[in-house]
Design a protein. Structure first.
Length: 172
């Protein structure tokens, strides 16, 4: 009996293995759309909302008080995953200078507010930039404001990686 069951089982396996393979039609992959990313401008405006009302504090780097260069460190880390140096002097030394007419959201904008003082912000589009104002804390200001227009120094576009969103003003 055991021998008969063994023969039947072996014959069954041999028959199953000798049959022509069943063709399975390829399954078409579903088209998965990436979610539409926020534009850099939208992300920077969201940062402005997040930091709005935080007072200026020289040397500060949190929501209790922050200075202009520390705000840039935080914003560039959050939006671009990019580590900026801590001071506006060092931040001014990196990147490629671009003209004011070539500004794109994400470019650093720098100002000479006195012979020794420098101020920095990030351009967000529509002639506006995000920065930590010594008088008003974190705000969005216009480059067309007479104070900022008179003290405008230069703008820098940073050398971010090829996968970085700064290469296009509409992706992240």
């Amino acid at each position: 009996m055991k021998k008969t069951i063994g023969i039947i089982a072996t014959a069954g396996l041999l028959m199953a293995c000798s049959q022509a393979p069943v063709e399975i039609a390829p399954v078409e992959k579903a088209s998965i759309q990436e979610p539409t990313p926020l534009t850099i401008e939208q992300q920077l405006r969201a940062q402005a909302t997040h930091w709005k009302g935080v007072p200026y504090r020289l040397g500060g780097n949190n929501n209790q008080g922050i200075d202009c260069s520390a705000l840039m460190v935080k914003v560039f880390d959050d939006v671009f995953n990019y580590a900026l140096p801590r001071t506006s002097e060092l931040q001014a030394d990196i990147g490629q200078e671009v003209s004011r007419q070539q500004l794109l959201p994400g470019d650093l904008v720098l100002f000479k507010t006195s012979s020794l003082q420098r101020h920095i912000g990030v351009y967000i589009g529509k002639e506006e930039f995000l920065h930590a104002s010594t008088r008003q804390g974190v705000i969005i200001s216009s480059l067309e404001n007479s104070y900022w227009a008179e003290n405008y120094w230069m703008a820098k576009r940073l050398p971010l990686s090829p996968a970085s969103p700064i290469q296009s003003p509409t992706v992240k």
